[in-house]
Structure formats: C-alpha cells, structure tokens
Design a protein. Sequence first.
Length: 186
Amino acid sequence: MPPKIKITKEMILDASFEIIRSKGHEHLNVRTIAEYLKCSTQPVLYNFKTVDEIREAVYRKADEYHTAYIMPEDGDENAMLSLGLNYVRFGQEEKNLFRFLFQTNQFGGMDIATLMENPDLSDIILVISKGLDCDAKEAREMFLTFFTIAHGLASLLANNAMKYDEEQSKKMLSNVFFGMLASRQQ
C-alpha cells in the first residue's frame, strides 16, 4: 500500500496562492484547494478551520510576494521610478493578485492614512529618502503623490481598462517624479 501523502499548511497556502493567482480570489474555496492538491477536503479543514483563515494567511503570502516584486534592484539609477514602474507592471502581469491585495476590502482595505502609517512601508520610505536625500516625513509625502499615480495605473491595468504601454507608463511616472523634484527646489 502506498504511503499517505501528508498535506501541510504550507502546501495549502501554496495551492491557495496559485489558485488566486491563476483564477482569482473568487474561486478560492475548500473544494478548489482540495482539487488542486488532489486530496479530499478533510486535510484542508484539518489545517485551517475556515476559508477566511486560509484567505488571511494567503493574503500575507501574496503581500510578501508583491513587496519583493516591486522593490528596485540595488544600484538602480532612479529607485523611486523603478519602484513605481514595478508596481504598475505588477498590476499588468499579476492582475488577480493585484485585485486580491488591493481591491478586496475584506483583507487589505485600509484607507490611505492607515497605509501611510503602516510599518511595512518603512523599507519603501527608506529607498525614497536615500534616493532623494530627504527625511522620512518628506519621503512619505512624496510617496503618497507618487503612489496615487502608480496605483491608478496599476488598477486600470489589473481591471483591463487600459492596455499596457511601458513607455507611456514610464513617461507618466517620470513626469510626476520630476515634477515633485522641481517643486522641492522652489
């Protein structure tokens, strides 16, 4: 008799992440997870009591993936512009994950004031303050403006409301970025 395969929490989270990534968060349920893992629903419910518990855990996993995706490479000439372009690209290339992270109030629906105070934002603020040689307060203010434009572009792309044009996106983000720099010097 072949050994029984043990379904772990990590396997369930990986399966849930892939289901959301490929089909959308609307398709995540115990049955789709079990089908993906080729098991019964029992191991899924043994590891997690509810689908909401799975969603919360996979939200954290998706958020970590998103953060790694958008961070600029070390040595990028313009880290803030790279960050914005990566964010827009995420909306285009990972539509379902973007919608799960940013357009479902159940899990990520924090208002902009809460976002700006989020400690998880500190790595991004550090990149901005180093790149622009400014303090954290000014970096947060600049991030808010820049984020609003990048998020708008990414949302339009994630919802198929515009076609992706990297040069156009880069130009729009550059205009905002260099406009902010020019306003600092006045």
